[in-house]
Write a protein that binds this ligand. Structure first.
Ligand SMILES: *Cc1c(COP(=O)(O)O)cnc(C)c1O
Length: 370
């Protein structure tokens, strides 16, 4: 068998495609930075929320971002090659055996437990570290008591961090409570910088900013809040493979759960849950719709087309009955979210959040960076 070189993929005719607007991401970062006197970092974990850390992190560094947050030492090590001068923090800390990599790549582990602090102490100062304190989320972090003990014992993190549980609900009492908890604890570490807020926390106001903020989702277009409307960064699309007509009473897709109430025109789109078009966004009538009132819709030639029946692995059916005949053709691109449908709306229709839509984009798309 011969192995011919694979011809380059062509965005213009791709079965499914994602456009990533790096300029919009950079503009979002600048908007967020302009709202704060603190330094503004960037969360680029999970490959910059699925959009490509390789492109996004250097673009943010070019406009002045100096601090980057990933989850793991391995992610940080990869990023180091692209960001020779930045500070890179791994917010899940480090594991025994990863010390040499962390030192070689200058990754700052955010210690989340006494065990991790011991591991770092054993390195005798070869590796800077930060400290994560749990102030009420019961996710990772030292308890306040453990943090105080560490301060007392002369621990010298470069930064003290915590994370808000309810920042996307500005009126939630948890916000002020966590802030009041964090402030004196951070102060116990003298010269260490402090950092509390991710995207939503930044929008709560200056009291939440400390020395450094850690926005993620707002940079990627997925958080509208408190007068902040980010530019969309990712647009996910798939083509219309076939257009069919069906009569009232017929059913659509697996399980035959969606019964057509009228004679319908249906467009079959070439993307499904393997591409991150969550099955939970399936049309009204599918049992998964229990969580939200109605299913999702896509945008086709500037008009919404509701999803019909269950989304399948590679294909999604949408109702184009209300769109004039001449406006939808085979080969047209339908948008799942992006420039025309806000990602937060698409997420809500799927019973999830923008973060999950972004990080769940499949591997099959042809990607274009603009
Ligand atoms: C992911 C993450 C962030 C960014 O959160 P967004 O809500 O996306 O802004 C900030 N801090 C920590 C510790 C994180 O894990």
């Amino acid at each position: 068998m011969r192995h011919d070189p694979v011809p380059p993929t062509d965005f213009a005719v791709a079965a499914s495609r994602v456009t990533i607007d790096v300029g919009a991401c950079v503009a979002n970062w600048r908007d967020i930075a302009a709202r704060s006197k603190a330094a503004t970092g960037a969360a680029v974990k999970a490959d910059a929320y699925g959009l490509g850390a390789e492109i996004i992190a250097p673009a943010l560094a070019r406009v002045g971002c100096r601090d980057f947050f990933v989850a793991t030492i391995e992610e940080g090590a990869q990023l180091r090659g692209l960001l020779p001068d930045a500070r890179i923090f791994s917010v899940s800390g480090l594991w025994p055996g990863q010390e040499a990599l962390a030192i070689a790549r200058r990754i700052i582990p955010v210690a989340v437990s006494p065990e991790q602090l011991e591991l770092i102490a054993a390195l005798g100062g070869a590796l800077d570290h930060a400290l994560f304190i749990d102030t009420g989320m019961n996710r990772l972090g030292l308890t306040p008591r453990q943090a105080l003990d560490y301060a007392q014992s002369g621990g010298k993190p470069v930064m003290v961090m915590s994370h808000l549980a309810c920042a996307d609900e500005p009126d939630h009492p948890m916000n002020a409570r966590q802030n009041e908890f964090f402030q004196p604890l951070a102060a116990r570490f003298g010269e260490a910088e402090s950092s509390l807020s991710s995207s939503a926390g930044i929008l709560l106001g200056l009291d939440y900013h400390y020395d450094l903020t850690r926005p993620g989702i707002a940079l990627y277009g997925g958080l509208t809040m408190a007068g902040f409307t980010p530019r969309p960064v990712a647009t996910a699309e798939a083509r219309v493979i076939q257009i069919r007509t069906a009569t009232a009473g017929e059913t659509v897709s697996y399980g035959a759960r969606q019964k057509l109430a009228r004679d319908s025109r249906i467009a079959i789109l070439g993307a499904g849950y393997a591409d991150g078009w969550h099955r939970s966004a399936s049309g009204a009538g599918a049992p998964l719709r229990d969580i939200v009132a109605k299913g999702g819709a896509v945008m086709l030639s500037g008009r919404p087309a509701p999803i019909l029946g269950r989304i399948t692995m590679d294909l999604t059916m949408v109702d184009i009955t209300d769109i004039p005949d001449n406006l939808v053709r085979i080969g047209d691109y339908a948008e799942f979210f992006g420039a025309a449908i806000r990602i937060e709306d698409a997420a809500r229709a799927a019973g999830t959040i923008s973060y999950e839509l972004l990080t769940g984009l499949g591997k099959r798309y042809v990607r274009r960076i603009v």
